[in-house]
Design a binder for this molecule. Structure first.
Ligand SMILES: Cc1cc2nc3c(=O)[nH]c(=O)nc-3n(C[C@H](O)[C@H](O)[C@H](O)COP(=O)(O)OP(=O)(O)OC[C@H]3O[C@@H](n4cnc5c(N)ncnc54)[C@H](O)[C@@H]3O)c2cc1C
Length: 452
């Protein structure tokens, strides 16, 4: 039986990043994958979504803004969005990135084993009838859509799971999106931008629970303006002729896109007892260690975050395997939401500050006043800065803006380093940049606004 220092099951961003680090650390490493290298993120999640969203934004922008940028001759009535061509271009990018990860496995001495892994002993897995031994095991097996939660009353052939959506050759005109969290809101934006009739149906009372209320409210209002219908605190949809019924109301639609809550994917454990949370995710400590000290779990399978960067960051579990403890502070992991405009957030929300009785200063800066946003024609949104009242420590930053998901990294660094508003001010922000809006929100929070 071949044996390894570490075996990782699942090659998504959690698994392959852990594999790279393990290989670089000189550990004899194997990575097992039953589908295509790269997992959800590369193959049916982040990258497909982000590319199709760029196509959709490009399409909508040409219609709405070309004339304002001095471009003549565009006939909006003649513009058409080709889902098929956009998907084909997306496939090229996915293939390139998958090959890149395959190359990185070779470069870092990681052995890739193809097939479905199951645990077959305390220190052993089997894949397609072959056994492999390990000292340490990392479960990075990801998550899958959970039909049972909200789409259970609908027939299979009417529901499209988000994980299968980009494999479709075409999409119909009227779509009900189930779920009010990140992926559901991203999909609703994308589909609306390419002219689809979209209804969002969610059980919760607000869009994307957990984010700062200013962002959630903004998104709801934005959806209304874009013509996306949002039904919150909704009962489970049931099937009807020509669509679905929400309570007594008929929503005419051609398909239902299920973006509701996800469930953990676990390999067959064959007697190994791994503690799970009430929701069925793997219970881990801050080092991503399970109740079995030699078994770790990272990424979506732990149910802590559903994000590439959170999974990849958890790849640091490997440092712990080497006896170098690295704690993961979940509270400081940024949240990125790729709607139009984008939303991003790090640190505490205003609700959390109030709950914890932390006195705070607040500054908001609207994108309408930022010169780079104006020249780019992207004036939707704002930066909201929350800082501790006594020392000015930056405690939370919440952004709606065209490139919010890039802007957040500066303040994520600040929050991680316990930076103060003075520290932000001391950093020269070049002009004109959208990032000046972060400095300006900081000035506002200090009570010394500059350009507003
Ligand atoms: C539509 C969509 C868009 C998204 N967009 C973003 C985004 O823009 N930004 C972002 O940060 N996050 C995004 N996410 C979330 C992100 O894709 C996931 O959080 C991330 O991929 C999770 O990584 P992971 O390594 O934990 O698991 P996964 O990426 O799910 O990988 C798990 C891998 O394990 C394999 N596997 C499972 N069981 C076994 C087994 N027994 N044997 C062998 N292999 C096995 C699976 O085949 C899979 O390849 C998106 C998700 C979706 C669905």
């Amino acid at each position: 039986m071949k044996t390894y220092d570490v075996i990782i099951i699942g090659s998504g961003p959690g698994g392959y990043v852990a594999a790279i680090r393990a290989g670089q650390s000189g550990l004899k490493t194997a990575l097992v994958e039953k589908a295509r290298i790269g997992g959800c993120c590369l193959n049916w999640g982040c990258i497909p979504s982000r590319r199709l969203m760029e196509s959709a934004k490009f399409f909508a922008r040409i219609q709405a803004q070309a004339a304002g940028f001095g471009i003549e001759g565009i006939d909006n009535a003649a513009l058409k969005f080709s889902w098929k061509k956009a998907v084909a271009e997306k496939d090229k990018i996915v293939t390139k990135l998958v090959k890149g990860v395959e190359f990185l496995m070779k470069k870092n001495g990681v052995e890739v084993i193809s097939g479905e892994a199951e645990v077959s002993g305390a220190n052993q897995i089997s894949v397609a009838g072959n056994s492999y031994g390990f000292q340490k095991l990392i479960l990075a097996t990801g998550s899958r859509p959970d039909r049972k939660r909200f789409a259970a009353n609908l027939p299979d052939d009417f529901v499209v799971e988000i994980d299968d959506f980009y494999a479709r050759a075409d999409i119909p005109d009227r779509i009900v999106v189930i779920g009010g969290r990140t992926v559901a809101c991203e999909m609703a934006s994308l589909l609306r931008l390419i002219g689809k009739q979209v209804t969002v149906v969610a059980s919760q009372s607000k869009l994307i629970p957990g984010i700062d209320p200013a962002l959630s409210n903004y998104l709801l209002e934005r959806f209304r303006k874009l013509g996306i219908r949002v039904l919150l605190e909704s009962p489970m949809p049931t099937m009807a002729q020509h669509g679905v019924k929400i309570g007594e109301e008929l929503i005419e639609c051609d398909i239902v896109l299920n973006c509701a809550t996800r469930a953990a994917v676990l390999p067959k454990l064959n007697g190994m007892v791994i503690e799970l949370t009430d929701e069925g995710f793997v219970n881990v400590n801050e080092f991503r260690q399970t109740n079995q000290p030699h078994v770790y779990a990272i990424g979506d399978v732990t149910g802590t975050h559903y994000a590439q960067h959170a999974s990849a960051h958890a790849g640091v579990a490997v440092s712990h395997l080497l006896g170098k403890p690295v704690r993961i502070n979940d509270a400081k992991i940024p949240i990125n939401i790729y709607t139009d405009p984008e939303i991003a957030s790090v640190g505490l929300t205003e609700e959390q500050l109030a709950e914890r009785n932390i006195p705070y200063m607040k500054g908001e800066f609207p994108m309408q006043v930022n010169s780079k946003a104006l020249v780019e024609g992207n004036t939707e949104g704002f930066v909201k800065m929350l800082a501790d009242e006594k020392y000015g420590e930056v405690l939370g930053v919440h952004i709606v803006a065209a490139r919010a998901t890039d802007l957040i990294s500066e303040v994520a660094l600040g929050v991680n380093l316990e930076a103060t508003l003075d520290d932000l001010y001391a950093v020269v922000h070049p002009h004109p940049t959208v990032s000046e809006s972060i400095m300006e929100a900081g000035f506002k929070a200090m009570g010394k606004p500059l350009h507003i």
